[in-house]
Structures are given as structure tokens and as C-alpha cells.
Write a protein that binds this ligand. Structure first.
Ligand SMILES: [Zn+2]
Length: 426
């Protein structure tokens, strides 16, 4: 039976509010409550789902609508159900209430990314209720632990249950939101994300008594090295799509501002510094944790070689953890459909391929061969920039912008799987 579009809007907003009220702050996560809610909603419309726990309460949900052509790679609608912690003192409203005020739904996860989870749920149940058959499998995957590195979520599923989550295409978070640049509007669509390489760097020198000062100590050597690291720009490497994107935005590649630099080079940030154990002992060693981020095409070795050129032969490096970068070509039918749909829904705006300096679950799904795009559409006014809401205090989502995004998302998803909008919605 066809569904009224307005009913779907209302229902999706209510589902988003319910998801916000389920406190899945990570740590500890407790994503089971969100997975159970989604499983019940899906089941009430006749869609079975599978839940795989990576640890007690760390639940990952996968549901599937079978398509008519098994030769076509499945489309995965991907979300994570965990959220980052809140600093309550910085909030003007209750962060787990799903309260509606000033035209927005308020709460942790309203942007990142329970809104997309609600959209994914809407697409699954709408197609099922309307009785349409997509031409390829459509999967909904809602996982735990994205905000803490994905060990209990996407990484776990990809390593332990690859057949459950293997897809041809993935629509995931971080993309499709409005960026206002002067009077122009852009919709970045994530096609690439950086990898990370976390390194512990250590220097040693003669220890001694604090009453006998000298210039050359582990601490002074470490200070010099850190200064060198933060003051030495890493070599620029501009990928063809970033060059095209920056040109389109009117941003010069040479001299692109600090907002753009992380997308044009590997980066290294010192994050944890340790030395010393007693107030009158000059310590014999000092360590720093370096948060390294790699561009597509780079790996831990190439980053460490570049870092070595900056710091010289003295310090030792210990690799703590790594994850690879990921990149999907914007030259696919799905990307073109996304761009065309977004531009039609906001006349005058441009959709552009984008790289994010952080990490998402896309890097794990892409390991199984999927083309992954960050596309969680929402229209934002100039006074409500995405950057200030993402992981921020008073995270909130404009309801008009959400409804706009739901429509754009439905247009893309249905068209991509060969279903007519009018066959699903009245
Ligand atoms: Zn997220």
C-alpha cells in the first residue's frame, strides 16, 4: 500500500526523537537499546533483521530487502547508533530528550547521525509497505562504536561477518549538508577520507640530578622536536578531484587556508606528552604520542619516512594503531545521481566531491570492495553551520532541513534501485 509522504515525514521525525532518547553515549555505548528499537520497527513492517553483538550490549543490526537482480551489487544504507559524550554544562536543553523547539529537534545524535539512521529506516519500511521490489538488494546496517574507532562495530562486522555486509555501494555519513560560502551554496559529498597512523615517539638522554642543570636533556630534545614538527609543513599532494573541487569553490590550491590544508597533505599532531617521575630528577626519556593522518595513496611507512625527515635520526618510533585511508571515484552512476538530485532540490547550489580529514565506517566497508559516499542530506541555514553542531553543544537539526533531506535521500535511493517515487508515495 502506498504511503502518504507527509506521514513518512512525521513518522521519521518521531523515530529520530526516539533514537535520541535512547542514550547510546560511547563510552560505554550500550547500542543494544537502539538495535532492539530498530529491529522492532522493521519487524512491525515485516522486515527481519540480524543482530550481531561484538560484546555484551554492543549490538550491530543488519536488515535486507531482496532485489530482483542478484548480479547488481547491494546498496547499503549505513549508520552508527553510538554518539559522543555531552558536556551538560554547555547545553541549554536536555541532550537526550528529543525536544522540539525553535523549529529544530534537539539532542545528541540529531546530526551525528541518528537522523540518517531514521532516514534509512524510513526507506526500508516504505519500500516494504508499498510492496515494491528494488532491482538490487537494499541493506540497512546500523552499527555500534563508530565514535571510538569501530572495533565493536563496522570493523567487527567486516572482519567476522563479511558476507553479511558486503555491498556494491554504501551511503554513509558526512556529506550532503549545506555549506555557505559568501552568497554561494555547496553540498560536499564525501568520496574520500584520510587514514590514521598513531605513533609513540621517544627520545633518550643522560638522566641526572635536578640540582645540576644542563641544556641537553630528554625533555629539551623532545621540546625541540615537537617545535620542528608543528612548524614544518608536510609535503603537499593534491589529488585530481580535490584540485577540481577547490577550483570550483574559487579557493586557490596554493595558499588554501588552514581549513583546507588537511585535505592536501599528511598531517601530524602531538597529543600526549610524558616525561619525568620525580621533581628533582632530570628524566632519561621523554615520549609523545603523535596523531598522524594519511592521504589516500599513503601508508604508515610513507608517513613515518616523511616524519623522519623532519625529526632526524635521533628519536625512535613505535606504531600504536593505524587505519587505512579510503577513496571512491566520483565517476560512478550513484555519485552522478546524488549530484543531480541535490542540485535540482536546491537550485543554484553545487554538489562537489569532498575528502574528510577524519575517519568514518566507510573505510571498513570499502575494504570489501564497496564504493562509499558520505551522503546524509540536510539543508542548513547560514547561521547554523554544520561544523558547530557536529559533536558540539546544543546539537540540533532544523526540521525543515531534515524533511528536505529525507526527500532528497528518497529520490536518490529509490531511483538508484529502479523504483518509482510515485509507486511508493501518495
Ligand atoms: Zn558520526
Amino acid at each position: 500500500m502506498k504511503i502518504s509522504w507527509h506521514d513518512l515525514e512525521r513518522e521519521s521525525l518521531e523515530n529520530l526523537r526516539t533514537l535520541i532518547r535512547l542514550d547510546t553515549t560511547n563510552p560505554p555505548g550500550n547500542e543494544r537499546i537502539a538495535a532492539d528499537f530498530l529491529a522492532e520497527e522493521l519487524a512491525s513492517h515485516g522486515i527481519e533483521s540480524v543482530i550481531r553483538e561484538s560484546a555484551p550490549t554492543r549490538a550491530n543490526l543488519v536488515a535486507r530487502l531482496a532485489g530482483s537482480d542478484s548480479s547488481k551489487g547491494p546498496l547499503m544504507l549505513s549508520s552508527h547508533t553510538d554518539v559522543v559524550p555531552v558536556e551538560r554544562s554547555g547545553w541549554t536543553r536536555e541532550p537526550f530528550s528529543g525536544e522540539i523547539a525553535d523549529g529544530c529537534v534537539w539532542g545528541r545524535g540529531s546530526i551525528d547521525m541518528k537522523s540518517k539512521c531514521a532516514m534509512d529506516l524510513a526507506m526500508m519500511t516504505a519500500m516494504k509497505r508499498a510492496g515494491v521490489k528494488p532491482d538490487r538488494d537494499v541493506m540497512m546496517v546500523a552499527v555500534a562504536d563508530e565514535e571510538a574507532g569501530s572495533d565493536y562495530g563496522a570493523k567487527f562486522l567486516v572482519e567476522r561477518y563479511p558476507e553479511l555486509v558486503r555491498a556494491g555501494y554504501v551511503l554513509n555519513e558526512v556529506g550532503g549538508f549545506t555549506v555557505h560560502l559568501g552568497s554561494r551554496r555547496f553540498y560536499p559529498i564525501q568520496v574520500a577520507e584520510k587514514g590514521f597512523v598513531t605513533i609513540k615517539m621517544k627520545v633518550t638522554a643522560m638522566p641526572g640530578h635536578g640540582s645540576m642543570p644542563r641544556a641537553d636533556t630528554a625533555i629539551s630534545r623532545m621540546s625541540e622536536l615537537i617545535t620542528k614538527i608543528v612548524q614544518t609543513p608536510m609535503r603537499q599532494k593534491v589529488s585530481p578531484f580535490m584540485r577540481k573541487t577547490l577550483t570550483e569553490m574559487g579557493v586557490p590550491v596554493e595558499g588554501a587556508g588552514p581549513l583546507f590544508q588537511p585535505m592536501l597533505a599528511n598531517t601530524v599532531s602531538p597529543t600526549i606528552l610524558r616525561a619525568g617521575y620525580k621533581d628533582n630528577v632530570i628524566p632519561g626519556e621523554a615520549t609523545v604520542v603523535l596523531d598522524g593522518r594519511t592521504l589516500p595513496g599513503e601508508d604508515p611507512e610513507s608517513l613515518m619516512a616523511e616524519l623522519r625527515e623532519i625529526v632526524g635520526p635521533d628519536p625512535t618510533f613505535e606504531l600504536i594503531k593505524t587505519a587505512p585511508p579510503a577513496e571512491t571515484s566520483p565517476d560512478t552512476p550513484l555519485f552522478k545521481l546524488i549530484a543531480k538530485t541535490v542540485e535540482a532540490a536546491d537550485p543554484g547550489a553545487r554538489a562537489i566531491p569532498w575528502m574528510i580529514p577524519g575517519a568514518t565506517d566507510s573505510k571498513f566497508y570499502s575494504k570489501l570492495g564497496a564504493a562509499c559516499y558520505g551522503f546524509s542530506p540536510v539543508k542548513l541555514d547560514p547561521h547554523m553551520p554544520f561544523g558547530s553542531l557536529y559533536h558540539g553543544n546544543d546539537e540540533r537539526l532544523p526540521i525543515d532541513g531534515f524533511n528536505w533531506g529525507l526527500k532528497v535521500y528518497a529520490d536518490v535511493v529509490l531511483k538508484f534501485v529502479g523504483v518509482k517515487f510515485d509507486d511508493v508515495f501518495a
